[in-house]
Every structure is written in C-alpha cells, then in structure tokens.
Design a protein. Structure first.
Length: 338
C-alpha cells in the first residue's frame, strides 16, 4: 500500500513538472452574463477576441443584477461590458466611492428605456384593421384614464403594468415610481419570471393586436423588429429626483451604457484594459445584431461569429495599434467557423 501511495505521489509530481506553469496558474477572464440579450451577445464578441486573439481563457458567469455586481466588486467576475449603471444608482455611487471598480468608457449611448405600448394603441394600424384605442396617450401621467384598456385579468378594477423581472434592480425602481406618480391607485404590477417571459408576453400581445403596458428598453430585437412607443413623463430626468428617497419621481434616464472592470483585475491585466477601452458599439448596431440573432434563431455565440465576420471594419479598430497580430489570429479562427 505504501508503495502504491509513493508511486502515485511521484507520478503526480512528474505530471506537474510537465504542465506549463503559466497555463496552470492562468486565471480566466470572467464576463458578467446578465439576463438580457445585448450583454450576452457582446460578451461573446469580446470573449471570442480575447480567447482566439489574445489566447486567454474566457468564462461567462450568469447572475441576476445585484449579486452579479457584488461579484464584480469582489473580483469573482471581471467585466461588466454592457453597464446600465443608471439602473443601479445606489450600487454605482458606492462602488465609485470605494474604488472597487473602474469605468473604462462608453460602450454606446442614447439607450431608451421605460414604459412602452404598441404604437397601434395610440395611432391604430389600418393595415391590420386596428383603430386607435388611446389617441391622447402620450405621458405616463395619462394612464389613469386608460386603466380599463390595460385591465388586469385577475384584479379587474385596475390596469396591469408588466414590470421587469423581480431580480432586476429596475423592477424595484418601477414599483417606487408607480407609487410616487400615484399610479398605484389605478394599476397593479405583474412581474414575469425572466427577460424571455417579458419579451414573450409583449410579442404575443402585439401579434394579437391587443393593448399591453410594459417595461422595456433598447437595444433589443423586439424594438428593432416591431413598432412600440415609449410613454414619456412630464418631469424630465433629474439626478436629484432619481433616488430612493424621492421615489424616482421623474422620467427614466437614457443611459450612457459603459464598460466597468474590477479594479484589481484591471491593474493586473493592462492588456485587457487597452482592448476594452477601445471596444465601442452603437445603439443602432446593437439593434441590427439582435434582430439578426432573433430572426435567424442564432445562439449568442453564432451571432458573435456573424458580427465578427461581417463587421470587420468596426472590431479591427478595437485592437491596439501595437497588437495588430491579434487581428490575424481572430481572422484565422473565424475562417474555421462554418
């Protein structure tokens, strides 16, 4: 028995001697994979370049928003590439103050979000034989007089607002907004179990030509493929009003979506900082990518490959000038894709 143990230890030591120490100790680059399509797609695009161009290990950690952001501060995940930090204002203020994360610049801006209705609710749709249902509906403050149009199937004396999923920070913000605007007197909130369920409910209502009031955002395939209208609020967005204490009693922000990295990881990986700083997209480009993914039933990985093959003039600019060999390595990997 002692001989067996001795030989096992010797074998283990011998194997370890032949393992590349840098590979054995290499920490993967971990992207924060939240539950909306745009972040998952962009993670795969950046991840493909990191894996095949920089030849580094890559991982994607799926999480809901709050635990994921806490993991980003701790260093369990490293990159939040589609950072809607305006939707986590308390977390963002704290993270900046403690210095646990760094802002690596804008990914894209003018990202609308808020309460949407199908445009035919307001304007009708002659081609589908739909008459306008709420022709004067323009602001969220107009909703009380239209509660019957959006009647909740279970609470029949109130309308229904389909919220973001419960695990998203924005869902609690919307609950506070409903109260601060006085809409809780006329509406109840329904929270779907996931972003997919939210999209499915909105799309099903749209295809039936039915009214629906729901939270959504851009860029998304849903907004790229169908005609919805965002209801504005009479009070413009204000940093002072967009707080827990004030019930977020103003219009939704149109966030500048940024790239956030764990500070310690950024300090230890300047090569990645250089790349992520240059990584930049647009709202329009994201809508195109997401529509392509949805219309052709592509996985996020396949959609990433589609983008890298078809938008070389964009992603080539993300590669630092002193690392142009990265482009050749990525192109070589893409040539092997179907």
């Amino acid at each position: 028995m002692k001989r067996i143990v001795f030989f096992a230890i010797c074998t283990l030591l011998l194997v370890c001697c032949f393992i590349n120490p840098s590979m054995a100790a290499e920490e993967p680059v971990v992207f924060l994979d939240l539950s909306w399509d745009s972040i998952q797609l962009q993670n795969r695009i950046a991840g493909y370049i990191v894996e095949h161009g920089y030849e580094k290990k890559v991982d994607y950690l799926f999480s809901e928003s709050i635990p994921g952001l806490m993991g980003l501060e701790r260093g369990n995940v490293h990159i939040y590439i589609d950072g809607w930090v305006d939707n986590q204002p308390e977390w963002w203020r704290k993270a900046k103050k403690t210095g646990t994360v760094v802002n690596l610049g804008t990914n894209y801006d003018r990202a609308p979000q808020g309460w949407y209705v199908p445009t035919y609710v307001i304007r009708g749709d002659p081609e589908r034989g739909i008459e306008p249902m709420a022709p004067d509906l323009e602001y969220a403050e107009d909703l009380p007089k239209y509660w019957e149009l959006f009647m909740d199937p279970e609470v029949t004396d109130k309308g229904r607002l389909t919220n973001a999923p419960l695990g998203w920070k924005i869902s609690s913000i919307i609950r506070a907004k409903l109260k601060s605007l006085g809409l809780d007197k006329n509406y109840v909130i329904f929270e779907p179990g996931s972003g997919t369920a939210l999209k499915t409910e909105a799309l099903a209502s749209y295809k039936k030509g039915e009214p629906i009031l729901f939270y959504y955002w851009e860029p998304t395939a849903l907004m790229g493929n169908y005609d919805f209208t965002r209801l504005k609020e009479k009070t413009p967005f204000s940093d002072d009003l967009w707080t827990v204490e004030n019930g977020y009693n103003c219009d939704f922000p149109a966030p500048v979506v940024i790239k956030v990295m764990n500070k310690e990881f950024a300090d230890n990986n300047p090569w990645l900082v250089d790349f992520i700083k240059k990584y930049e997209t647009t709202l329009e480009l994201n809508n195109i990518m997401l529509a392509e993914m949805a219309n052709n039933e592509l996985s996020t990985q396949d959609a990433a490959v589609w983008f890298l093959k078809n938008y070389k003039e964009i992603w080539h600019k993300w590669i630092p000038e002193d690392r142009q060999e990265i482009i050749g390595k990525v192109e070589e990997a893409l040539a092997k894709e179907k």
